[in-house]
Structures are given as structure tokens and as C-alpha cells.
Design a protein around this ligand. Structure first.
Ligand code: ARG
Length: 460
């Protein structure tokens, strides 16, 4: 067995069970690129500060280049007995370039090293997720543009409420996704500080320059406090919180589209390319991708919860428990990217069933609130008009008809305030025309929202 990098004081090697249980190489090798990046910056700083010679630095940099090429070619041998990504790379570097490699870990601990890697990794992946969110926004906007003018029932409590333009509903998702982007970018700003040089927890007596490594790695500044630098995980808690909110938004979208694709609603028809069948029921065509979007939101939220529970009982500074922070983050990122991609794909492959929607619109007295507004315009206090329209609806329910089917004399039998012009307020088409407040579902307002997002998302 190879002597461990930390083997000096040890007389026995660890048991196989301990080695297998404590390793992290099986998952943290995902950090290799950022680990090499961090080591390059560290070696250059050490040479600049006179802590290693320039020729040592050059050997280290050459060795790191070679290792990166080996990893990318799939030729690098990852060894479980070398525990994690940091020690695998350092040990291989020593094999490749000899003595100079033994100087690389000067004024560095794996505690600050792993966090440097992890922050760099998260920073890159935030950019990837933001790009995916934007692609979904574009897909939703294109779907909205395709369905201009289509009126659908709007729901509260999942009961028919008021008519809305379908565009208005799709734009609501675009707004939510925009805040999701904002949260990710905010999180990236707070995350972008450099732990390198915090060492184990206390910093170092050696004359390092933390500002130099921080700059070289594109961080805003070094973290101010070395204990904070190696202990804290709020940068990933915040990241996974942002992902969990995205997941929650996508889950609601999934629920809505699954519901709308049901026989009972029938508002939405997914194309075959985004549907799957049943192994037993020949007639089935299921909206599985969006069901799984809803389902996978559980993982993303679970990943956040794992991380919160992991951190909540830990004393400062580094504890080995913290090695458990990687997999939830990797899982959350992979899952949210998949959810965003498949949601965009689904949006590009659905049509709205205008006939079914048209048939559904008359039911549920969607124009009742517009009628109450009509009475307000006639000078009736809103509470009174609410009551009058309530009685008109009751009349419709007993006659199994709609408000626009009531004659003027029937309406006047409830209250004489009604006039011939009332019919301009009834029926969903008329009702939609009456919306005018800022942010409402009125055609003008929705058109200006479409214009806003078309310019903002740069679609043509
Ligand atoms: N694999 C470890 C992790 O991910 C690296 C840091 C180990 N530090 C230590 N003192 N054992 O947390």
C-alpha cells in the first residue's frame, strides 16, 4: 500500500472499510478543472512571493497541464486510496515532476483548496443554469406569441374565476423565471470571494499574497476571515435555495400542463415527441416529461434540505461532515438543468385546443365580476353591486343559462339600474375588452408585456 500524503505520524494504514467509507474521489473528481485552476494560481503566487523558485513553478505548471490533458483524454488513473481529487492530482503531479510538486501545498490546506474549487465550480454552473432559464423564457414567449388573442378561463381555488388571455398566463411564468435569474446572479455576487490562503483555518505565517490568487481566479476579493472561509457553506445553501425556487416554479408549470392535458380539461395537446405510452393500455398518451419535472422538484428541494441539516450542528471550523456538501450540489445542478431543458422542449411541442377551450368558456360565469364593475360605473357601491350580480348568477344557475342570456327585464327585476348597455359587458370576449388596469389581462396591457419581453429576451 502507498504511504498516505499525511502518513508521517501513522504506523498503520486505514482499513479497507474506512478507506471506502471516507473517500470522495468517486464524486469530487468533477472538480478537477477548478482544482487545477486553483493550483496554477497558487503556484504562480508562491513563486511571485519567493516561496518557491520560478523553475519549481514552471515544473508544477507543466505537470498540471499534463494532468489536465490526461484527465480529459480519460487516461488519468483515479485512485480511491488517494481519497479525493486534491490528493489524486497532487500525488500524480509528484510522480510526474518530482520534488517541485512537494512544494505546491505550501501555505495551503485541503480545507481552503476544496472551497476554492467548489466556489469556482458553482460560479460556472450558475452561468449554465441562467442560460437554461433564459432558453425556457424564450420558449414560453414564442408559445405566447403563437397564441395571440386566445382567451382561457382563469382560475382561483381551481374554480372558474375570470377570463384571461392565455398570453397573460404564460407571461406570468416568464416573470417568475426572471426573478429566478436575479436570485442566481445575486447569489453569484455573494459567492465570488476567495477562500484560498485561509489554509486549515487560521491563515499562515508565510508571506503569501491572497489578493494575487483571488485576482488570478477572477474573485472579487479574498474572504476577510480565515475561519469563516473554511467553515461556511452559505454560498451553496443560497445556490440550492435559488434552485429550489426554480424547481417549485417548474413544478407548478408541470402540474398545470398535466392538468390541462387531461381528458377533463383537454386544453392542451402535447405532440407525440414529448409524450409516452403505456405498457398495458394501448390508448394511453401521457405527458410524462412534465410529470417528471414536477417529480424531480422533490430532489432539488431535498438536496437543499440535506445541506441545511448537514450544516446546522457543526462547530467551527472545518469538519469532515462537510465533504457531504458536494453530492447534493451536483445533484441539484444536474437535476435543475434537466428540468429546465425538458420544460423548454415541452413548450415547443404543445398546441392549445382552441375548440375545447372555446367550449369551456361559457361555463362558470367568468363575466360576473365585469358585471359588478358595470354597476360601479353606474354609481352603485361595490358591495351592493356584488350582491346584485350574485342574485343574477343565482337566477342563471336556476335557469341553467349564462348572464348574457338574461333579458333586460329579468335583470331589472333584480335592480332597475341595469340598462341596454349592460350587454357590452357580458360574455368573455366583452369582459376581456374591459380590463384596462396596469398589469391586467386587457389586450393592450398584454401586448405591451409581449413587446417588453420580446425586446428584453431579444427574440424576433
Ligand atoms: N474531501 C474533503 C472535502 O471534500 C477535502 C477536505 C478534507 N480536509 C480534511 N481536513 N480532511 O471536504
Amino acid at each position: 500500500k502507498e504511504v498516505k500524503l499525511w502518513g508521517g505520524r501513522f504506523e498503520e494504514s486505514v482499513t479497507d472499510a474506512v478507506e471506502k467509507f471516507t473517500e470522495s474521489i468517486s464524486f469530487d473528481k468533477a472538480l478537477y478543472k477548478h482544482d487545477i485552476m486553483g493550483s496554477r494560481a497558487h503556484a504562480s503566487m508562491l513563486a511571485h512571493q519567493g516561496l518557491i523558485s520560478e523553475s519549481d513553478r514552471d515544473s508544477i505548471l507543466r505537470g498540471l497541464d499534463k494532468i489536465e490533458r490526461q484527465i480529459e483524454a480519460g487516461e488519468f488513473v483515479w485512485r480511491t486510496d488517494r481519497e479525493d481529487v486534491h490528493m489524486n492530482i497532487e500525488a500524480t503531479l509528484t510522480e510526474l515532476v518530482g520534488e517541485p510538486a512537494k512544494k505546491l501545498h505550501t501555505a495551503r490546506s485541503r480545507n481552503d483548496q476544496v472551497l476554492t474549487d467548489f466556489r469556482l465550480w458553482c460560479r460556472d454552473n450558475i452561468d449554465i443554469i441562467v442560460a437554461c432559464v433564459k432558453r425556457l423564457q424564450v420558449a414560453m414567449l414564442r408559445l405566447a406569441v403563437k397564441n395571440e388573442g386566445l382567451i382561457v378561463p382563469g382560475y382561483t381555488h381551481l374554480q372558474r374565476a375570470q377570463p384571461v388571455l392565455l398570453q397573460h398566463l404564460l407571461l406570468a411564468y416568464i416573470e417568475q423565471l426572471e426573478r429566478d435569474v436575479g436570485r442566481l446572479l445575486d447569489c453569484k455576487v455573494r459567492m465570488n470571494f476567495c477562500p484560498l490562503g485561509a489554509c486549515a483555518l487560521a491563515g499562515t505565517g508565510l508571506p503569501i499574497d491572497r489578493f494575487m490568487t483571488s485576482d488570478a481566479l477572477g474573485f472579487a476579493a479574498p474572504l476577510r476571515n480565515s475561519i469563516d472561509a473554511v467553515s461556511d457553506r452559505d454560498f451553496v445553501l443560497e445556490f440550492l435555495s435559488a434552485n429550489s425556487i426554480i424547481a417549485t416554479h417548474l413544478s407548478r408549470l408541470g402540474e398545470e400542463w398535466v392538468l390541462w392535458a387531461s381528458e377533463e380539461f383537454g386544453f392542451l395537446i402535447p405532440s407525440d415527441s414529448v409524450s409516452t405510452g403505456s405498457s398495458i393500455m394501448p390508448q394511453k398518451k401521457n405527458p410524462d416529461p412534465m410529470e417528471l419535472v414536477r417529480g424531480k422538484s422533490a430532489r432539488v428541494i431535498g438536496d437543499l434540505v440535506s445541506l441545511l441539516v448537514l450544516c446546522k450542528g457543526l462547530p467551527h471550523a472545518y469538519n469532515r461532515d462537510l465533504q457531504e456538501d458536494k453530492e447534493p450540489v451536483f445533484d441539484s445542478v444536474k437535476t435543475i438543468i434537466g428540468m429546465l431543458e425538458v420544460s423548454a422542449e415541452f413548450a415547443q411541442n404543445i398546441t392549445f385546443n382552441q375548440e375545447r377551450i372555446q367550449k369551456a368558456l361559457p361555463a362558470g360565469h367568468l363575466d360576473a365580476t365585469t358585471l359588478a364593475d358595470y354597476l360601479v360605473i353606474k354609481g352603485v357601491p361595490f358591495r351592493t353591486s356584488h350582491d346584485i350580480v350574485g342574485r343574477a348568477v343565482a337566477m342563471c344557475v336556476s335557469r341553467n343559462c349564462q348572464l348574457q342570456d338574461l333579458s333586460l327585464s329579468e335583470l331589472r327585476s333584480i335592480n332597475p339600474v341595469f340598462d341596454e348597455d349592460v350587454y357590452e359587458f357580458l360574455g368573455v370576449e366583452n369582459a376581456i375588452k374591459k380590463f384596462r388596469s396596469y398589469g391586467s389581462t386587457g389586450s393592450q396591457c398584454v401586448a405591451s408585456q409581449i413587446d417588453y419581453w420580446t425586446a428584453r429576451l431579444e427574440i424576433d
